[in-house]
Ligand binder design. Structure first.
Ligand code: PLP
Length: 358
């Protein structure tokens, strides 16, 4: 494999910085599952304050935050309403069905954001024959929707419908702090109507591992039982929680740079013939672009870019996703766009028929 010099595959690829590693090395630790780890205790207190909830629990991953939330809200046979692009639907190995026995009704939102009307239409009438609508889940920002920020007003309308129907509300806040930085709306304001909300530490915040789920004290007590049951209870977890504290103190505001770099990348791509991308839609750190009008598939483009030291992921046959993060500079984003221009230029000069069978 070629060396990757510019990695836009995901914001999960960032490595802990020297300063973060120092915080990790110096962390005070104890037995996390006995509440004796002062660093974990401090991290969860910070997260609860940030998200405006009574309590919070440190978990190994965002996926576990989503799955424990689904387990808190749903009984077998209950239905979750969420956008068709959501991580719970597409990227958690069917966990909602496998663990909670819940089913999912997907909503056809725009860029990962559904409307109050769409939610209203998706809620089942109370009938013995129908599954019970139980939980509404939104992703802030929407990952596969394009890093889209849910407007506060839309969240309020959706929460209104959920409230009228007695549905629980869950926010997958893997990138909630990107939404906060992009919009100026605080994390607590975004999270306010939600019963469960979490943030990922290992995405744009740049930690090696971890996520924090926040809710009422009662809900967090129950989440702890699931954490124990699923094997998420830890020991001297302060070493990873220290990275989280460091990130909350030092890596939040800087995500504005990632957003500016993503926009810059999209603008550079938009100037390349055959690439379809709308820079106006780049609200945070993700750039989705389409290569249907070029002679390459998304996978082919990825492979050739890798040969030039640039890693970008294919999200469908013709669509790619590039994600900026704290290990990518403005100059590197420009190099990546140049690499795309080079590969598309070379491919375009060859007749498409010559590509088959190679
Ligand atoms: C990454 C991600 C998750 C899962 O988080 P992990 O920490 O990777 O388990 C959930 N939801 C969204 C929107 C994500 O992007």
């Amino acid at each position: 494999m070629n060396d990757i010099l510019v990695d836009l595959y995901s914001d999960t690829v960032s490595r802990p910085t020297p300063a973060m590693r120092k915080a990790i090395a110096e962390a005070e630790v104890g037995n996390e599952q006995a509440f004796d780890d002062p660093t974990v205790n401090r991290l969860v207190a910070m997260a609860a304050e940030l998200l405006g909830t009574e309590d919070a629990v440190f978990l190994p991953s965002g996926t576990m935050c989503n799955q424990i939330s689904v387990l808190l809200h749903c009984r077998p046979g209950d239905e979750i309403l969420t956008d068709k692009t959501s991580h719970i639907v597409n990227a958690e190995a069917g966990g909602a069905a496998a663990l909670a026995g819940a089913m999912v009704r997907t909503l056809d939102g725009i860029d990962g954001v559904f409307s109050a009307e769409q939610l209203e239409d998706g809620v089942r009438a109370k009938r013995r024959h129908a599954p019970r609508s139980r939980l509404v889940a939104v992703e802030q920002t929407s990952n596969s929707g394009g890093g889209t920020v849910w407007p506060l007003a839309t969240l309020g309308e959706v929460a209104g419908v959920a409230g009228r129907h007695g549905l629980a509300l869950h926010m997958d806040g893997a990138r909630l702090l990107n939404a906060t930085v992009a919009s100026g709306v605080s994390a607590a304001e975004f999270a306010q109507p939600f019963d469960t909300v979490w943030i990922d530490l290992s995405k744009g915040l740049g930690c090696p591992v971890g996520a924090v789920l926040a809710a009422t004290s009662d809900a967090i007590d129950e989440a702890w039982q699931w954490k124990q049951r699923l094997g998420g209870a830890m020991r001297q977890a302060g070493v990873i929680a220290a990275a989280g504290i460091f990130a909350l103190e030092n890596h939040v505001e800087r995500m504005a740079e990632d957003h500016a770099n993503a926009r810059h990348f999209a603008e550079a791509l938009a100037a390349i013939p055959g690439i379809a991308v709308d820079p106006e839609k780049v609200e945070t750190n993700m750039v989705f672009f389409d290569v249907a009008a070029t002679s390459l598939t998304a996978a082919e483009l990825c492979e050739r870019l890798a040969g030039l030291g640039v890693r970008i992921g294919a999200s469908s046959r013709t669509r790619l996703r590039a994600v900026t993060h704290l290990d990518v500079t403005r100059a590197e984003v420009e190099e990546a766009a140049e690499a795309v221009r080079t590969v598309i230029g070379e491919a375009g000069s060859r007749p498409k028929i010559a590509e088959t069978g190679t």
